[in-house]
Design a protein around this ligand. Structure first.
Ligand SMILES: Cc1ncc(COP(=O)(O)O)c(C=O)c1O
Length: 392
């Protein structure tokens, strides 16, 4: 609760509010970091750090073919889209990207958004309103929590990945009430995934619509990087969300599903209608990144080798890892303060590994979020495993 005194001057008011929202372990800070090749970044005061804090899982943000595609699109289309998609901001390159995404995901239709956050804010209020039931995994991303609030549906959270608990929650009446189940494909703080086929079956049994935000699985999992739902069709997963800001190394997002779903979004998705369309250069970058995913010995194969190597090297150092076959490899630390101290100790050894604290993760579940990339090499992974073992 705010301790702000009523009638205080704006600075006093803001300072009191700031004190209220600052987490234990110290304030969050933005830091200027400059990419300097491979997985390295340089700080503003000139230190080089090995980056284990990004979502550029395949290193595509700096891939020459992706950068060149963006440069060409800048020449062709200019910087911004100049309008929302429904006004005059929808370009040929947006359309091409949508078509390629349909091929990639095996979905008949698709719509682009300027970010994953906006895609999520669009989807849930478009699907349901007051009177409906939204069952969401306890660990879903903040954007889905906000989207659920915007929808004004009744929100029920089920235990993380627990389908038996979800089945109980789906029984909440009355019969005929619209039901939507919301999950992530790969959970952003855990690196784990639901059993997608079983989840789809359960939703089908309860006439519930399944929404999967595959922000962290798209590009990484599935054949050619089609994501966690690659083997399932749109009758099983009717609403699929993916982002371009993570494995694709760009920014922006898509929602894929039936043409009715996309027509619905065109009519009422406020973050599609009332915001400037994704810059064409970013659409071109995402399109070029999709091409890289198809290369057999490309970045996806390097990432898979790095995930296996990291787990082997960490285990050799006696580190206890959470189960995760994805680039997100959480290292549990429990207390916020301890997580911050460990993150700082690693930084002093040249390693950038962020501490995740409440409210991003639950109370008592602070952790380091180690994220691996195709840009790392075995020596980088060994350095992290040895440093973590030395600091714990
Ligand atoms: C699961 C999930 N969904 C959505 C988003 C938001 O995506 P974007 O960064 O494109 O807004 C994130 C970002 O961290 C995420 O982890």
């Amino acid at each position: 609760m705010s301790t702000t005194a009523a009638g205080a001057d704006p600075e006093t008011w803001l300072a009191a509010r700031l004190a209220d929202v600052t987490p234990p372990g110290g304030p969050r800070r933005r830091e200027r970091l400059h990419p300097v090749g491979g997985a390295w970044v340089r700080t503003a005061d000139g230190y080089r750090l090995l980056n284990f804090a990004g979502n550029d899982y395949l290193g595509l943000a700096t891939h020459p073919a992706v950068v060149q595609a963006a440069q060409q699109a800048l020449q062709q289309y200019g910087t911004g889209s100049g309008a929302s998609q429904l006004m005059s901001g929808y370009r040929e390159v947006h359309h091409q990207l949508e078509q390629e995404l349909c091929r990639f995901t095996g979905r008949p239709a698709c719509a682009l958004f300027a970010s994953g956050y906006q895609a999520n804010l669009a989807v849930l209020p478009a699907l349901v309103g007051p009177g409906a039931l939204l069952c969401m995994d306890q660990r879903v991303h903040a954007s889905l929590v906000d989207a659920a609030l915007l929808s004004r549906a009744r929100v029920v959270r089920f235990r993380h990945l627990d389908l038996a608990d979800l089945a109980r929650k789906l029984e909440i009446g009355p019969v005929g009430r619209r039901r939507v189940v919301v999950t992530e494909g790969v959970f952003s703080m855990e690196g784990d995934s639901p059993s997608m086929e079983a989840l789809a079956r359960l939703c089908h049994q309860h006439d519930a619509m399944l929404v999967v935000d595959d922000a962290h699985g798209f590009g990484v999992l599935g054949e050619h990087g089609g994501g966690i739902t690659a083997a399932l069709d749109s009758s099983q997963v009717p609403v699929l969300i993916g982002t371009f800001g993570k494995a694709l190394g760009a920014a922006g997002a898509f929602v894929a599903g039936s043409s009715t779903l996309i027509a619905l979004l065109e009519q009422c998705a406020r973050t599609l209608i009332y915001t400037t369309a994704l810059p064409p250069a970013l659409a071109a970058a995402a399109l070029a990144a999709l091409t890289q995913l198809r290369r057999a010995d490309g970045p996806r194969a390097r990432l898979a080798r790095n995930i296996a190597a990291w787990r082997r090297l960490a285990q050799q150092q006696g580190l206890v890892l959470q189960d995760s076959e994805t680039p997100i490899q959480p290292f549990p630390v429990v207390a916020s303060e301890q997580a911050c101290l460990l993150s700082q100790a690693l930084r002093e050894r040249g390693l950038l590994v962020p501490a995740m604290r409440p409210p991003t993760v639950p109370e008592g579940a602070s952790r380091l979020r180690i994220s691996l990339s195709a840009l790392h090499d075995t020596a980088d992974l060994r350095q992290l495993a040895e440093a973590l073992a030395a600091c714990t």
